[in-house]
Write a protein that binds this ligand. Structure first.
Ligand code: ADP
Length: 595
């Protein structure tokens, strides 16, 4: 028998051969798909691989929240490509989307025949735990609508500014809105045509909130909203000059920004990039306010890399962290208007909207006002809470219950529409409109609904399951798709169409009928979801945050949804987007001036 003798040279060469053979991943080139559960719905990616590498990744299908998910799409997919590994970090504030992307890419790669250990090798991480200290005249917490307005205004007043956001992108809830803000210029052609005035705007805002709104703050909002719009134009935003009626606005004074709400942040982003002494720090979360001798002098923060960041403010700190619509515990704690605001009630809000600023300011003695006033918007997707892509039907459509009947004034107050909807079978309704009536992203957006879908083969009923949407050429087709009695639906549409352009109230008190409901018909199943928290930090007309004795807390200002007491029990549609600019500017100006 021949024995192999131990030959060290042979073994070294053989080991080197093995190492070499395995140092490259082997795959069958092609395009592979992977699906994982996203934040709102399944998310599908397409991964292109060559023999030895991932070449490209694209997201084919998703229903993630616009704005919030964008950094995850960009950063996570780029990191996977750069590192040729799925062991990459999630983006803060978009963890669910990030993890879904990682899982979907992993599933696609598993089909390539690759040894998956090549794709799970760990990626070098940044060093964590550094201590960073920066100083500016004004520090703004939150880069949503109010924060950006405050930062730009403070900078225009000569202050150096640092603005932070805990998310990887600017925008907050504001970027998810329709981008239509209420404003009135007394004596303008639009005001005359709509029989409108700043006084009427004021009266409707006060009465629409059941007289709980602070009259001095509402006066500022309604009288300065037009100036705010012109100031926004001065920094690059463009507004149409034909007003529309945002659902629940009670008036025809909504002006849309070009590009939808994203248009706000394109302009703010350009301002931050093209000016010195104003710095935007993303993925930077404010944890606590720093107090010295009774004055707020800075903010303690941490960033995504685990660094401790101290931001000192020579003149003032502005809190603009938005409301608490996504903080279920706070909703439950403060709710006074609804039977239940627990987990089962969805929110239209960004996941970032968790009441952080309220909690931080409370710790330094801030007073809270009207925390029980929480707004539900009736137009949300029953499964995700997202706003639909057809109009909220303020003047253009009707709400239909499961029995095929109308039940409320669809051009009325948001709380009445939501209470009315919750009282129907299963607490849901269908918005029915003719063709497409858009209000910009959130309420409308580009595109719209046509009649048939030739690929489907049946042009009369098309059910887009993910959107809970039906389009149909006939009322019969629509009723069948919705599962409601056709007789009732026909009668409801006929009655509505009869009232086209009438201003005589119908039996629900509706007096706004801006368009007919004609083919092609669209219906979208909707359920009320938490939209706006009207309570928050008590402020004065200079946006100082007040303590429990009504005194200003030196150095501390607040603006936007984090504040309370402006809208009373019920915020009018289109008023928040004006409020954030009007009060954001006041906060920025006063913080810069140390007022
Ligand atoms: P508003 O409408 O009042 O401007 P938004 O919801 O548009 O409010 O914006 C609030 C912003 O504040 C969001 O972008 C959110 O990510 C940010 N934010 C919330 N909490 C913190 C925090 N602790 N640190 C930094 N940013 C925060």
């Amino acid at each position: 028998m021949k024995l192999f003798k131990f030959n060290p040279v042979f073994y070294v060469v053989f080991a080197a051969f093995l190492l070499c053979a395995c140092s490259k991943v082997e795959m069958t080139p092609g395009i592979y798909n992977g699906t994982a559960k996203g934040h709102n719905a399944p998310l599908n990616v397409e991964v292109t691989v060559s023999e030895h590498a991932i070449e490209a990744i694209s997201v084919k299908e998703h229903k993630e929240t616009p704005g919030v998910s964008t950094p995850a799409f960009k950063n996570v997919l780029q990191a996977i490509l750069d590192n040729q590994s799925v062991d990459v970090d999630a983006v803060s504030g978009a963890t669910v989307t990030s993890n879904a992307l990682i899982e979907a890419v992993t599933k696609a790669l598993e089909q390539t025949g690759a040894d998956m250990s090549f794709f799970t090798k760990s990626v070098e991480r940044k060093v964590k735990g550094k201590k960073i200290k920066k100083t500016a005249d004004v520090v703004v917490i939150g880069a949503g609508g109010a924060g950006c307005a405050a930062a730009v205004q403070a900078h225009q007043c000569g202050a150096s500014v640092i603005i932070i956001d805990k998310m990887a992108a600017m925008g907050g809830n504001t970027i998810l809105a329709g981008g239509i803000q209420n404003a009135v210029k007394d004596g303008s052609a639009q005001a005359i045509a709509n029989n409108d005035s700043q006084e009427k705007f004021f009266q409707q805002t006060i009465s629409g909130g059941d007289y709980q709104g602070d009259t001095a703050l509402v006066r500022i909002l309604t009288s300065q909203a037009w100036d705010a719009l012109e100031w926004q134009e001065s920094i690059g935003m463009k507004f149409g000059r034909t007003p529309s009626s945002v659902p629940g606005s009670l008036g025809n004074r909504g002006y849309g920004v070009q590009g939808g709400a994203n248009g706000y942040f394109v302009a703010y982003g350009k301002y931050f990039e093209s000016n010195e002494n104003i710095e935007l720090m993303l993925s930077t979360k404010a944890l606590d306010l720093i107090e010295k001798n009774g004055r707020i002098v800075g903010v303690k923060c941490s960033d995504d890399a685990g660094n401790d960041i101290t931001l000192m403010a020579n003149k003032g700190v502005v809190i603009a962290t938005g409301g608490f619509g996504q903080n279920v515990a706070m909703r439950q704690k403060y709710n006074e208007q609804w039977e239940d605001l627990g987990e089962s009630v969805k929110s239209t809000n960004s996941p970032a909207i968790t009441g952080d600023g309220i909690v931080m300011a409370e710790k330094v003695g801030a007073d809270l006002v009207q925390m029980g006033n929480i707004q539900l918007l009736p137009h949300a997707d029953p499964e995700t809470g997202r706003l639909g892509n057809i109009a909220g039907a303020s003047g253009n459509g009707i709400f239909i219950n499961k029995e095929g009947n109308r039940f409320v004034n669809e051009a009325g107050r948001r709380d009445e529409m939501s209470h009315g909807t919750l009282a129907q079978t299963d607490g849901v309704m269908w918005i029915v409109v003719g063709g497409f009536r858009g209000f910009g992203p959130g309420f409308g957006g580009a595109g719209g609904f046509g009649g048939g879908d030739s690929e489907n083969g049946d042009a009369s009923i098309i059910f887009h399951k993910t959107d809970n949407t039906i389009t149909a050429q006939t009322i019969e087709g629509l009723a069948e798709g919705m599962g409601v009695p056709v007789k009732n639906l026909k009668a409801a549409i006929a009655d509505y169409n009869k009232r086209y352009l009438s201003t005589k109230p119908d039996k629900f008190g509706r007096d706004l009928f801006l368009s007919k409901i004609e083919p092609p018909y669209t219906a979208q199943l909707r359920k009320p979801a938490v939209h706006h928290t009207m309570g928050g930090l008590r402020i004065d007309t200079d946006t100082h945050v007040l303590d429990k004795d009504g005194n200003a807390i030196p150095g501390l200002y607040a603006a936007g949804e984090v504040t309370g007491g402006i809208h009373g029990t019920n915020r009018l549609g289109g008023n928040a987007l004006s409020e954030i600019v009007v009060f954001g500017r006041i906060a920025g100006r006063n913080a810069a001036g140390g007022k």
